[in-house]
Design a protein around this ligand. Structure first.
Ligand code: NAP
Length: 463
């Protein structure tokens, strides 16, 4: 093969990969096309790797093969973790990506010494600062989510000033290096400061806010990869990094909005602390509870039911039972819809993925603003392991930490049923007035077995 042919093949491969990455993001934005989106992303990445392996600058494939084997040995088990562990797995993937970018940036810097052009030095500094803070920040986030590190925010006076000063010092060093690149010691110090900043940045953020932080770190990882694209003169890396950076940023904004939090509040607000006062006062108040048999009787004669799944459905892995309930009710002519809140569960799209796994039809899934207008005409709102996303305090109590968060207006339904194990609060650590309404029936139990029992009652057979 002539070098010109190989070069053209590489460029074509990169063009195809770029198109597939863009299509992948487009398709990932709707449940009905999400699987296609995942496949497009995977094929795009395979094409990009194949194109890169054709590069005539590669003189020896042994190191690359070793890297591929080591990557596969680490990556395959990582891909098999439980669904609820996906946020920390994603954080680890970002840490590995960032480690790779930081190492490549360091090698490129030392390779180009003593004369590094200013633009190149600027790109290298940005690459190394972003990658280093993403590396340690992601490791901290994964540690908090896996509970190997304390989940609660650790704060002290003047923390934000200290953190921002650290970042300012690293950026100051980068500016100095752009003017005077021949200072390898300073380059390494800049990197070390960025590594420390990554840790300090995540320390004051509660474990509960980690998914938003991970999505932000995803954005930083993308931007650092894009900067690496300028260093390596790779258009594919520039584009893929920019797509990653911007989509991560947009996702963080969507998540912050859905939790009614500002970005600065997530980053500097030390949210995610358990509020013992709310937890302590809740046991005393009376609630109405019901059995699976009673619940089945009410559901069986309803015309319209809206099911609201939440984190508890994921913990209990109740999605297949929920699908059976959907089937049993629709067979009886009940109109069943699912109301999906954007931050139900613990990661974006959590409920959609679980319900898709159980083959619940996509056209039965509705976003909060689609289903909310229908709730006043709904006979039963059945809440399965959701809590905060249904809490009316978000509408009515300005002192509530979730005040202003868009919720599913389940309290407007004629009857509300809540499946959960006890009266424990959800993620935000606050009590839910919904449970004390006259129209609310508490169905105490594990989501999987309780829904199974309702199905059994409805079908008259084993669930
Ligand atoms: P939630 O408010 O955390 O409540 C989950 C409820 O599930 C708990 O009250 C718990 O009560 C119940 N539960 C746990 N295990 C159960 C089981 N095995 N069977 C039955 N029930 C069980 O969940 P949510 O309503 O889905 O709200 C999500 C929260 O996470 C929001 O506050 C959101 O802001 C936050 N968040 C979401 C994301 C995201 O991307 N989705 C990211 C960051 C933060 P019991 O213990 O009494 O059973």
């Amino acid at each position: 093969m002539s070098p010109a042919f190989v070069e053209t093949a590489i460029q074509v491969a990169y063009l195809i990969a770029t198109a597939l990455f863009i299509l992948s993001l487009k398709w990932l934005s709707a449940p009905s096309t999400a699987r296609r989106g995942v496949i497009a992303g995977e094929v795009g990445m395979a094409v990009a790797i194949a194109g890169t392996l054709l590069d005539r600058h590669i003189v020896d494939y042994r190191w690359i093969t070793t890297g591929l084997v080591v990557g596969a040995v680490v990556g395959v088990p990582l891909g098999l973790v439980r669904m609820t562990a996906v946020p920390q797995r994603t954080a680890l993937s970002h840490a590995f990506g960032a480690l790779c970018v930081a190492l490549v940036g360091t090698v490129e810097y030392f390779d180009r010494l003593p004369d590094v052009p200013r633009f190149m030095m600027g790109a290298l500094s940005m690459e190394v600062i972003l990658a280093s803070l993403t590396l340690t920040g992601s490791l901290m986030a994964a540690g908090k989510l896996q509970e190997v590190l304390p989940q609660r925010p650790i704060t002290y006076n003047g923390q934000n000033v200290v953190n921002l000063s650290l970042l300012a010092v690293a950026i100051g060093m980068a500016v100095f290096l752009v003017m005077n690149p021949g200072h390898p010691g300073l380059f390494l110090l800049m990197m070390a400061i960025a590594l420390v900043f990554g840790v300090m940045m995540v320390v004051p953020i509660g474990g509960a806010d980690m998914p938003t932080v991970i999505s932000l770190l995803n954005s930083y990882a993308g931007l650092s990869a894009s900067a690496m694209g300028f260093v390596l003169n790779s258009k594919l890396l520039i584009i893929a990094g920019a797509l990653d950076g911007s989509s991560g940023f947009i996702l963080s904004v969507i998540m912050s909005k859905a939790m009614n939090r500002s970005f600065t509040n997530v980053l500097f607000g030390a949210f995610g602390q358990v509020q013992p006062l709310a937890a302590a006062t809740q046991e005393a108040r009376p609630v109405h509870s019901a059995t699976a048999e009673e619940a089945a009787q009410i559901l069986g004669v309803a015309n319209k039911v809206v099911v609201v799944p939440g984190y508890g459905m994921a913990v209990a892995q109740a999605q297949h039972r929920v699908r059976e309930l959907f089937d049993a009710l629709t067979r009886r002519g009940v109109d069943v819809k699912f109301g999906i809140h954007p931050v139900a569960g613990r990661m974006p799209g959590h409920m959609n993925v679980l319900l898709a796994e159980a083959d619940v039809p996509y056209d039965a899934l509705f976003e909060s603003d689609e289903v909310n207008p229908e709730l006043a005409q709904t006979d039963v709102a059945l809440i399965i392991g959701a809590n905060d996303v249904t809490n009316p305090a978000a509408r009515s109590d300005p002192s509530s930490p979730i005040y202003g968060m868009p919720i599913l207006d389940v309290d407007r339904a004629r009857t509300v049923m809540v499946i959960k194990r006890g009266m424990s609060p959800g993620f935000a650590g606050i009590d839910n007035e919904l449970y004390y309404l006259d129209k609310t029936l508490m169905l105490f139990g594990d989501a999987k077995s309780f829904v199974g029992n309702i199905v059994k009652e409805l079908t008259g057979g084993p669930a």
